[in-house]
Design a protein around this ligand. Structure first.
Ligand code: CO
Length: 134
């Protein structure tokens, strides 16, 4: 069911600083910041030859990464995103297997304009998993 690793997302308290670390210290190509109000984050994409790193900064009071940053004030790995060919088929298979899909279970449009779902970390080795329809 799982395809490529689409991205690893890292929550950061200061997006400009995080982007600068990747750009200057690590020598990577980093996109301009992009606000994602529906997801409560502002994001930059670090382009790597085989995948992407997304740096996430909270946007708004109800940001879903706010409590994560309270527990991890320096930032930290927030989720991994795997590609699937058919997100509804993947969701149905996972819920039949007893896994918990976050939210109301219907895909939202993610930062790349494609449908995404999030899976409960306790069902996946303690890691928040995002599925994106490729
Ligand atoms: Co993501």
């Amino acid at each position: 069911m799982l395809g490529r690793l689409n991205h690893v997302a890292i929550a950061v308290p200061d997006l400009a600083k995080g982007a600068e670390v990747y750009r200057s210290t690590l020598g990577a190509t980093v996109s301009a910041p992009q606000a994602e109000p529906e997801h409560g984050v502002t994001v930059v994409f670090v382009e790597l030859p085989n995948t992407k790193i997304e740096l996430l900064e909270p946007l708004g009071e109800a940001s879903p990464i706010k409590s994560f940053l309270e527990k991890n004030p320096a930032g930290g790995i927030h989720h991994v995103c795997y590609e699937v060919a058919d997100i509804l088929a993947a969701r149905d298979r996972l819920t039949r297997a007893g896994a918990r899909v976050l939210g109301d279970g219907s895909p939202k449009i993610g930062a790349h304009g494609k449908p995404v779902l999030f899976l409960h970390p306790k069902d996946f080795c303690g890691t928040l998993v995002e599925l994106e329809q490729a």
